[in-house]
Design a protein around this ligand. Structure first.
Ligand SMILES: C[S@@+](CC[C@H](N)C(=O)[O-])C[C@H]1O[C@@H](n2cnc3c(N)ncnc32)[C@H](O)[C@@H]1O
Length: 196
């Protein structure tokens, strides 16, 4: 597999076990920032009734496409280009928008766009699932997350671990209802919102 991520391999099963609870049957899932496709491949293979649309920034799309064509199951759709900075998304209506480890990588403006556009394309009962580290009332949950934030900002000053409260407010303003904030391994959270 090209672009293999050890972190994605470590967290794919805890993520699957959580999504298994939140997705019931036959949903169309739009993944943003699929990376190497490891989550798409693992989760779609295990949840055979869902349909999974992986997407990536055009720069990374060739690696994702190669991995999905080598290792993907039939319920994974052909990977599509999705740059959060672009106006068009490759889907007009989905049941779930899933983004793991994206909101702290992209600039705040693009994180905002992710939540607002997700809310627009989710149908009634649709789920927004955001996985990654978050801050609470300005505080990191661990020293290692604070160090990770420094590392992110050294790479790109626009990156950074986002505030849980910022996500909550954006989701609420976009018409989404908070469902759960679940603590996950390795100091990550899984945030779930629904369009009711
Ligand atoms: C840390 S990786 C996460 C990959 C995968 N979701 C995971 O959890 O292993 C962040 C991903 O966001 C993607 N990304 C960065 N900027 C983006 C943008 N403007 N639009 C869409 N995706 C973007 C990157 O290409 C990268 O694959």
């Amino acid at each position: 597999m090209e672009g293999f991520s050890q972190a994605a391999d470590n967290n794919k099963t805890p993520i699957l076990n959580t999504l298994r609870e939140w997705l019931s049957n036959g949903e169309l899932v739009l993944e943003i920032g699929s990376g190497s496709g490891q989550h798409a491949i693992h989760i779609a293979n295990a949840l055979s009734k869902i349909r999974w649309q992986p997407t990536e920034h055009p720069d990374v799309l060739p690696i994702l496409t190669k991995n999905i064509s080598s290792f993907g199951s039939t319920n994974i759709l052909t990977p599509q280009s999705l740059d959060l900075a672009a106006v068009e998304w490759p889907a007009e209506s989905v049941d779930c928008v899933y983004a793991a480890n994206v909101i702290h990588i992209v600039a705040e403006t693009l994180g905002r766009k992710l939540i607002e556009t997700a809310a627009e394309i989710l149908g009634a009962g649709g789920l927004l699932a955001l996985y990654g580290p978050f801050k609470y009332q300005g505080d990191f949950t661990t020293t290692s997350n604070a160090e990770f934030d420094d590392w992110l900002k050294d790479r790109n000053p626009k990156s950074g671990i986002r505030d849980f409260e910022w996500v909550m407010e954006l989701a609420k303003d976009s018409g989404l209802t908070f469902v759960e904030d679940r603590s996950m391994p390795a100091n990550n959270q899984f945030l779930a919102f629904r369009r009711l």
